[in-house]
Design a protein around this ligand. Sequence first.
Ligand code: ADP
Ligand code: ZN
Length: 726
Amino acid sequence: MIYHQLALNVPLYSLLTYACPIALPAGTRVAVRFRKRLVAAIVWESNVQPEIDISKILPIETIFSDGWQLPADWRALLSFTARYYHYPLGQAVMAALPKGLRQPEAVPLPRQEMMYTLSTSGRLQPPPPARFHKQHALWQCLQSAPATLQQLKTRHTQAAHYLNQWQQQGWVQTTPVPACGSIPTSQHQLNQQQQHASTSIQAKAGQFAPFLLYGITGSGKTEVYFDIMAKVLQQGKQVLFLLPEINLTPQLMQRVHQRFPHTVTVVLHSQTAPGQRTSNYLQAALGQAALVIGTRLAVFTPMHNLGLIVVDEEHDYSFKQESELRYQARDLAVWRARQTNCPIVLGSATPSLESWYKTQQGDYQLLQLSERAHASAQLPQIHLLDIRRLALDNGLSDIIKQKLQANFTNGGLSMVYLNRRGFAPALFCAACGHTFGCPNCSAKMVLHQHAGQLRCHHCDYHQRIPHCCPECGNQDLTAVGQGTQRIEENLQYLLPNARILRVDRDSTAHRQDWAEIYSRIMQRQVDVLVGTQMLAKGHDFPHLNLVVVLNADNSLYSADFRAPERLFAELMQVSGRAGRADCRGDVWVQTRQPEHKVYQALAAQNYVTFATAELAERQELGMPPFSHMAAIRADAKTMREAQELLRQALQGIEQQQSLPACVSVFGPVPMLMARLAGYERAQVFLESKNRRDLHHSISIWQSWLQHLEKIYPQTRWLIDVDPLEM
Ligand code: ADP
Ligand code: ZN
């Protein structure tokens, strides 16, 4: 018997040993029994010396030997990921696979698409008589150039049948469709800065070279990516393109298809149908697809011939997974580029301070696009409107109302942005002061007037709008604050003839909704957009010329040290929507703190000033990126239980004095959002300038928690390395 170490979807930090009469290559998918259930597993190592009684070792039940294994560099990536994020390797491996490959079932490899053409002997044949005009057309098509079945079917619906027949006669031959066919030239000539950026990156082909492409909104970053991608694809290499959201950026996919019409492209994101996702994954792994576009999970796509990685909007938080395996896809992408020896481009108009700092340290090369690409597109003018002494009518000042009215009269497109969906963020009893909180979370319930509900935006909890206060019986409950629905209603009243469209998660619940909204906007069937962050991401609305920002101040009161960075990025992005084409845009921000550094930097539209000041502050406080952090979290039904586990672990560790001296420990403290979905959450922060020491400490914590979890079975714990949530 030969013993193998396998990765299975079980919460164990070590691999499991199974037996097989033959040695299986690492990366092979197999099925084994675990606790009587048949499950999928990946061979990690074969010919191992078993450490347990061999009579207890179970056999490998099925080998899915389809001639393909998960490659060595993929396995190295997953080993690193599991180690870095202190997560069970088997679970990390399964999280990185599409659902089809996680099942203990055979999966057919995707069929290589073929091109058909006449063979030499076919060319000597007389074509089918012209009176069978469809067959005749099909023949002529085969004669002129190689074509895919799809293309040939447009000539004759029964193309497959005739191809089969002619192939048997030896008249038709096939060749695989190349992963990357010809790439048409761009319709734009790169400007000087774009050209410089592209050339600098191209010069590093075949080497690990991380770049930060810092370009203001509309400066043509995408054109730069495409230019480099074209070069890399033409060299026969694959490209991995990561972006925060795909459904919200239909424009990007359109542009990709326009620019790379003959490149086999696969898309991978969480909403790709499971069968499709498996097939896309395998197409990338087998090299049938040259271009892989996807959200964070796509960072785990095996690619055997990777030549370039692009991470667009690299500052976006959605690259960090906030459950289970808490990985940061941008960081793993950089690791992958180093592993593969290829360049990686991180692009943003408001780079993360982590990446910006790396350019200052010389770790990443900074490339800059400082002007808008369209000669006529000017940066918007940003106005801070101090509302401390202004009367607001349902959240809108007179000046804003006038601006919106005037822009409507002049036929412009306006956008009212606020980051709060629903009707009002809270319901309040003016008689006794009672507010309606979620019973499961430390959050107020949001009033959804149309649905007649109070809803928690953090868990599934919802209830009917109460008729009276449960505390004092008062029937006169007040909706406090503004949500998108309420603003939409006010605007309808203010601009009765305007076509107003609300865009938020409630109005785009279905997959097609967003595409429809987008086409209405593009066909100029909308005068005013009201919406949340969904509107801020990556869209180009050429005629948008007025942006109004409401209630952004809320984020300034957050205790999260990253809140200013996040707000600045968000507002720069929203502002960047204005004036993309030939009309100049205006942005009006209603605020009670116009002097705040975030707004000052926004008004000056100066990322560099903001980043410099913010980094100086972080340095003084020893915060990331000047130190590295990890959070050790625990949750339980009560805060006492949650903290108790962490406290016990801390005590045990301190008694042994085993933590490296340069690792500071804070806590246990409740998380900023202490209660979520019925669990009280506490955490301890570990912080160090030295990564190695930090990881060593995490391992110590981990073994203590594993030991203690038997004593506190009701308390769950997890480790979050480089946490974004506080
Ligand atoms: P970003 O990704 O930086 O926001 P885009 O790549 O989307 O910018 O470019 C903004 C707009 O400018 C797009 O409509 C794009 O087609 C156009 N554009 C980009 N580069 C050029 C160029 N060199 N010449 C003319 N137009 C350009
Ligand atoms: Zn809740």
